[in-house]
Design a protein around this ligand. Sequence first.
Ligand code: PLP
Length: 379
Amino acid sequence: MDELIYFDYAATTPVRPEAAAAMRSALEHFGNPSSRYEYGRQAAQRVKEGREAVARALGCSPAEVYFTSCGTEGDNWALRRGVELNRRKGRHIVTTAIEHAAVLETCKDLERSGYEVTYLKPDRSGRVTVEQVAGALRPDTALVSMMLVNNETGVLLPVAEAVKAVKAKDRAVLFHTDAVQGFLKVPFSLCSTGADFITVSGHKIGAPKGVGALYVKKGIKLAPLLTGGGQEEGLRSGTEATGQIAAFAAAVRATSADAGRLEKTAAVKDYTLTQLKAALPRLEVISAGDVPHICAVTLPGYKSEVVVRVLGDKNVCISSGSACHKGRPSHVFAAMGLPKPWLDGALRLSFSPESTKEQADALVSALREAAGSLFTTLS
Ligand code: PLP
């Protein structure tokens, strides 16, 4: 098989060797953290150390970190239990039209059970402003959910400023941020945003799939997601996924230790965009991205699904938008009001500190070849 040219790190990342080693060790030492004997206590110690590592990276106390199975679970928990916690206040939710499906579909489900949701539209560049968020608040607003980094454009939303504005207007409104694409990819601690709930996911930072975490600010009494044996302080029962948690913590430690990772990632992204623009005069940049690892471009007149497939046949992996869309046009680019040919040809490229200029060159020539061999709907 040819070398894999992978530019889809926002979809998922390879498991870091440190994470795989930690997972293997935790699987070999298979004790149940709830068991009272030493073998169980050792497993509990691993989970404790894992929680401390994630808390350190988030900038909070370990007691504010609850392990989940994925980002989707964290989003569901925060939204569903958050509105329940504030039900006396009202049944209005504010979110953005560019959230991940984990938030949008949860909001739609809440609408079916009587909640009203305001979906804030982004501007042409994919931005949503603090004024829009503050302006959408109503006396019956229970919760605001605003993502930190959009997974298709790489735009950084002004979450810290929005939290401040929302709390200044109405302290009782709960604030959730889906920071799945921001965890360890932005140069500030996620808890410094002041959000009440923060969702993160392991597989975006070199942990295996099947683990994530929800930060719940101290003092907020969120109801349990799962009831049972009382694990995770009684809020998410179920025997802890010790292997995934150990791997998540190892990935967090290894990623945090790479101090130059943001600069390295940004340098390859900038290089790729420059080369793409030079090689493909038709190519337009939808968003260069505020974060180092995501940008979006378009080949107007081409079908991005076809381009992605042609590149995939050459082992070059990019995305036509969020991997979760499965062929449907991106709701994010549509909400931005892009013209149809731009929507049809939209491609997301995402990077890691391991991405190289040689791989970028391979991507550029594969894309140029694909564009040369495919028909366009524009003349
Ligand atoms: N939120 C955002 C912004 C994402 O990009 C993703 C995954 O792509 C998720 C939530 C869902 O995370 P998970 O795949 O861990 O459920």
